[in-house]
Design a protein around this ligand. Sequence first.
Ligand SMILES: NC(=O)N[C@@H](CC(=O)O)C(=O)O
Ligand SMILES: [Zn+2]
Ligand SMILES: [Zn+2]
Length: 430
Amino acid sequence: MNILWIQNGRVIDPANQRDAAGDVFAVDGTIVASLSEAQQAAATVIDAQGLVVAPGLVDIHVHFRDPGQTHKEDIRSGTEAAAAGGFTSVVCMPNTSPVCDNAGTIQRIMDKVAREAVVRVYPTGCLTVGMQGEQLAPTGQLKKAGVVAMTDDGRCVQSNEIMRRAVEYAKMFDLPIMDHCQDASLTEGAMMNEGEWSLRLGLQGWPKAAEDIIVARNVILAELTGTHIHMQHISSASSVDILRRAIDRGVSVSGEVSPHHIEFTDADLHDYDTVFKMNPPLRTDADREALIEGLIDGTLCCIATDHAPHSPTEKDQEFDYAPFGVIGLENSLASCLTTLYHSKRLGLSEVIALMTHKGAELCKLNAGTLSVGAPADICLFDPDESWTVDANKFFSKSRNCPWHDKSLKGVVKATYVGGQQVFDGTSITI
Ligand SMILES: NC(=O)N[C@@H](CC(=O)O)C(=O)O
Ligand SMILES: [Zn+2]
Ligand SMILES: [Zn+2]
């Protein structure tokens, strides 16, 4: 029997409104309310004095590049990065090579996950065949193969008619729909947020309207079809406003925000450093502020990293040629604690909620809480310890991290999946 007894920590389990000193117990991979005397004697005891004991973090938006681009990341390195960041469940985007528009590719991912993953990995299926936005993907087969949601992330379904059908089809299979909101006609050749900085730097601008138009389109389609639509990596103040009004009217929509959009702005591109190049682009300080306000009032329901690894040789090119994307799994907890908690914008429990059960509920994952009977997925961290991010030490295969060299507060001390330690604060332990 595998028995775990985590003592003396500050237990924060937002789904159960729990925030108090206490112990957490697990037997054979499941959280239990208490241990018998015999179990106590046999337990592995962990002293969490001075640490927060939280549910393992949940990230509903990562790219592991497996299959197809495993020089950037693979299931093993991606899940090691997740474990080191305190994450125990991740939802993988379908823009692999081949893309996840067929059951075979999902099966291949699931097989590799069973062999190599150190945390739980949930795949998503494409909304359309080849992510081309033209024909619906075989949703039923994809669901049977194990996808937890449907999205064309990396691309956005441009045809409103196809999107309507995709949403209706996914609803029949009770699968969440997530959309990367980008009107492609407004972003052809676009490199960074359209504004003062794109003008100064001479880089082609990416107007916020490109996102806002699709967010508004999806609000209207959610109403028309009576189906929930989740908007990925929201970056603009006006999109937050559109979502807020829709939610106020009772429309079933939600949005996520990525840690880089609440930390950096387009001004960070001043010396053309491609590590700040991502989709959607970094916006202005007013947008950054609106995203934080959106998290505070609940308009944005969760934080998702959009961990998007790219190799140094690809990123080390002229700005126009470098691919879009940044990694974030190994510093997300610290950067969110620094931007949201240490800045006194949100409480510790609220930040944890945004990084655990909120996303888990959206994708209907059995994760994100320390409820009795839940999987014993646990993250132990020190919220106050400072460290300097060194991307060269990451478990991820990629180095495209905009936080490199930044000083952040919050250190992951241990990660447990199903009651088994997978990270001990320094090394991967399985
Ligand atoms: N976010 C990014 O800049 N890039 C992502 C694609 C995506 O999330 O849209 C990628 O796959 O590299
Ligand atoms: Zn995207
Ligand atoms: Zn993405």
